[in-house]
Ligand binder design. Structure first.
Ligand SMILES: *Cc1c(COP(=O)(O)O)cnc(C)c1O
Length: 436
């Protein structure tokens, strides 16, 4: 055989074993990590709350800070040995304060749900009335859902979307607020594809004497990248997760006015948590730094451009989009009435085709949450890979074909192969396939 025409070996650049310590102590877990890396590399990930954390974020998150206990706050800790941790936490807080233009930031919440819990605990009494968007309309569990602490500890009176426009109707929200006189109104959602007018919420809160809590978990990357208004300077309290469009590690922050700073800090510890996860906080600090680069701004712009391009393609194929389209990173698509397939069946078929999304209730859904009428899709992960409008069009075509052939495994398999082929041409932040 002519050695010149021999194909090169698989692109393994180094002879070093990947994850060598794990290979020695726990090959089973190492194998699962590599399997997940391959899955994230070879699929189109459309779950709008997911993303790819960078290598730098993951180096920090996997760092030695996991070893240290730091109950308390910089310069006010219970244990000794805080020479470095104090610097780390102060730096993370300073970065966030500058970026979001707020008086106070707490970077210790373990995730978004405890961040909301601590925020409410800081400014409410049990039994107070809260108004958040109802879960089936796109609100979060922690915004007053009945089986969540927020629905049992507080008197939850949810507002809903307008039945015609499927968007926020600020006049209706104001009317409800005048009627129930809540102590708190919550804005910020998990399945709402439109821009939120924070100033309207501020005005309503001021009129009825409520506090205003903003939860930007989904859209924080868009806010930082200049694609969505920033509520934190005018909110009494607010939270964001750090792992969604912001592209940090799994975690959260509370951002608030100075007058609520002490109550917020106390609500986290001793209120609901013990020691902070400093390794996560170091990853959050890195993500905040990355969010200030010109590349991040381009990413945020492209997230929205991609969502609009995908929405247009799906509309062309006859799908019905809740509210008619999107202004942000996500699309909520009604598939039952427009295409005769239930949401869970749709998301399962798409998963077989290498396109990963989640089924979702649509506003005024008549179906059950376990097999609702819609699916929720988003562009952050694909945009982090460098995909643009041309790939979104292709994706829209694949989704249309997969959903029209949801029972045809050979068609779904063919699409899965085409998706995988496309994915080979795009990097993934934090994943290096040459190491496998
Ligand atoms: C994701 C999300 C949360 C909760 O975050 P977890 O980290 O999953 O607890 C809270 N609020 C909103 C609006 C979210 O999108």
């Amino acid at each position: 055989m002519n050695p010149v025409t021999t194909p090169p070996p698989p692109t393994k650049t180094s002879t070093m074993t990947y994850l060598p310590a794990l290979e020695k102590t726990d090959p089973e877990i190492r194998d699962l990590i590599i399997q997940e890396e391959k899955r994230e590399f070879n699929k189109l990930r459309l779950i709008p709350s997911e993303n790819y954390a960078s290598h730098a974020v993951r180096e920090a998150t996997g760092s030695i800070f996991t070893n240290k206990y730091s109950e308390g706050y910089p310069k006010k800790r219970y244990y000794e040995g805080q020479q470095v941790t104090d610097l780390l936490e102060a730096l993370a807080c300073d970065r966030a304060k500058k970026i979001f233009g707020v008086d106070h930031v707490n970077v210790q919440p373990h995730s978004g749900s405890p961040a909301n819990m601590a925020s409410y605990r800081a400014i409410l009494k049990p039994g107070d009335t809260i108004m958040g968007l109802s879960l089936p309309h796109g609100g979060h569990l922690t915004h007053g859902w009945k089986s969540n602490f927020s629905g049992s500890l507080y008197n939850s009176v949810p507002y809903e979307l307008d039945p015609k426009t499927e968007m926020l109707n600020y006049d209706k929200i104001r009317e409800l607020a005048l009627e129930v006189k809540p102590q708190l109104i919550i804005a910020g959602y998990t399945a709402y594809p439109r821009i939120i007018d924070w100033t309207k919420f501020r005005e309503i809160c001021d009129e009825v004497g409520a506090k205003f809590h903003a939860d930007t978990s989904h859209i924080t990357g868009l806010i930082v990248g200049g694609q969505h208004p920033n509520p934190f300077p005018i909110a009494d309290t607010g939270i964001t997760t750090t792992h969604k469009t912001l592209r940090g590690p799994r975690g959260a922050m509370i951002l608030c006015k100075e007058e609520n700073a002490e109550a917020v800090n106390k609500a986290i510890i001793p209120g609901i948590q013990g020691g902070p996860h400093l390794h996560t906080i170091s990853g959050i600090a890195v993500a905040l730094k990355e969010s200030q680069t010109p590349e991040f701004k381009v990413y945020a712009e492209q997230v929205v451009k991609n969502a609009k391009a995908l929405a247009e393609r799906l509309l062309k194929h006859g799908f019905r989009l809740v509210s008619g389209g999107t202004d942000n990173h996500l699309i909520l698509m009604e598939v039952f009435e427009s295409k005769g397939i239930l949401g869970r069946d749709a998301s399962r078929a798409l998963d077989k085709a290498g396109i990963v999304c989640n089924c979702n209730l649509v506003p005024f859904d008549k179906k059950s949450p376990f097999n609702p009428s819609g699916i929720r899709i988003g562009t952050p992960s694909m945009t982090s890979r460098g995909m643009k409008e041309a790939e979104m069009e292709k994706l829209g075509d694949w989704m249309n074909e997969a959903l029209a052939n949801a029972d045809n495994d050979s068609i779904l398999q063919r699409i899965e192969g085409e998706v995988k082929e496309l994915c080979q041409n795009f990097q993934c932040p934090g994943i290096d396939p040459s190491k496998w």
